[in-house]
Design a binder for this molecule. Structure first.
Ligand SMILES: Nc1ncnc2c1ncn2[C@@H]1O[C@H](COP(=O)(O)OP(=O)(O)O)[C@@H](O)[C@H]1O
Ligand SMILES: Cc1cn([C@H]2C[C@H](O)[C@@H](COP(=O)(O)O)O2)c(=O)[nH]c1=O
Ligand SMILES: [Zn+2]
Length: 196
C-alpha cells in the first residue's frame, strides 16, 4: 500500500515589522500558483485590518478565516486543502501546537507566522512550542528605529513612553503603539522609579 504524503511545518517568527506576514503571504501565493488548495486562518482577536483578511504593514493582503480558538481551525478545514497558513499564532491557545501537528500528520504543509517575544522580550504564548516542533524555523529581523541595527525586539510605547514590565501582555496595535528595536535600544522599566 502507498504511504500518505508527509506534511511539513514551517514557522516564520521575529519581532513586529520584521516581515513575517509579508513572507507568509509570499509563500501562500506561490503555493496558489502551484495550484495547491490554500486556507488561511487568524485569531479572532486581531481585527486590525477587517475580519476576513490578513494584511502586512506594507499593504499586502490575503483572504483569511478568523477563528475564536485553535481547535476551530479543524472545523473549517476543507477536504482538498493541501496548504494551511496561520497568522498571529502568538494569540492562540496552547492547543494550536496539537492542531498544527494534526494538520501535518494529515499530509498538509502548515506555515505559521507569529511573534516570538512580547514587548518585555519574553516568549509569547505557544510560539516557543510551535518553534520547537516545526520542521523549519525562520527568524526575521526588522530595522531598529533608534539606531538602524537589525531589530529583534518590539518596543511598546504608551503616551510616547516605554511600557512598564507589568503592563498586560496583549494589546492589539500597530506603529502608533509599537516600534522595532535592537536589544541595546529596547527598554522595559521594571520599577516605578525607572519611569520618567
Ligand atoms: N522598523 C522597520 N523595519 C523593517 N520594516 C518596517 C519597519 N517599519 C515598517 N516596516 C514595514 O513593514 C513591512 C513588514 O510588514 P509585516 O510583514 O506586516 O511585518 P510583521 O508581520 O513581521 O509585523 C516591511 O516590508 C516594511 O515596509
Ligand atoms: C509585542 C506585542 C505585540 N502585541 C500585538 C500587537 C499586534 O496587534 C500583534 C503583532 O502584529 P505583527 O503582525 O507582528 O505586526 O501583536 C501584543 O499584543 N503584545 C505584545 O507584547
Ligand atoms: Zn538600536
Amino acid at each position: 500500500m502507498e504511504k500518505a504524503r508527509a506534511g511539513w511545518v514551517e514557522v516564520i517568527s521575529g519581532c513586529m515589522f520584521s516581515g513575517k506576514t509579508e513572507e507568509l503571504i509570499r509563500r501562500l501565493r506561490r503555493a496558489q500558483i502551484a495550484r495547491q488548495q490554500v486556507q488561511v486562518f487568524k485569531p479572532l482577536i486581531d481585527t486590525r485590518y477587517g475580519l476576513e483578511r490578513v494584511r502586512s504593514h506594507n499593504g499586502l493582503d490575503i483572504e483569511a478565516i478568523p477563528v475564536p480558538h485553535a481547535r476551530a481551525i479543524l472545523d473549517h478545514l476543507q477536504p482538498g486543502t493541501t496548504v494551511v497558513g496561520i497568522d498571529e499564532a502568538q494569540f492562540f491557545d496552547w492547543e494550536i501546537a496539537d492542531v498544527v501537528q494534526a494538520l501535518a500528520e494529515r499530509g498538509i504543509r502548515v506555515i505559521v507566522a507569529g511573534l516570538d517575544m512580547d514587548f518585555r522580550g519574553e516568549p509569547f504564548g505557544p510560539m516557543p512550542l510551535l518553534m520547537a516542533q516545526a520542521d523549519q524555523v525562520d527568524k526575521l529581523h526588522a530595522i531598529c528605529v533608534v539606531c538602524g541595527a537589525p531589530a529583534t525586539r518590539t518596543q511598546r510605547l504608551i503616551n510616547g513612553r516605554p511600557a512598564r514590565y507589568d503592563d498586560p501582555v496583549i494589546l492589539v496595535g500597530g506603529s502608533e503603539t509599537y516600534e522595532a528595536r535592537c536589544r541595546r535600544c529596547h527598554v522595559v522599566p521594571r520599577e516605578a522609579t525607572e519611569t520618567p
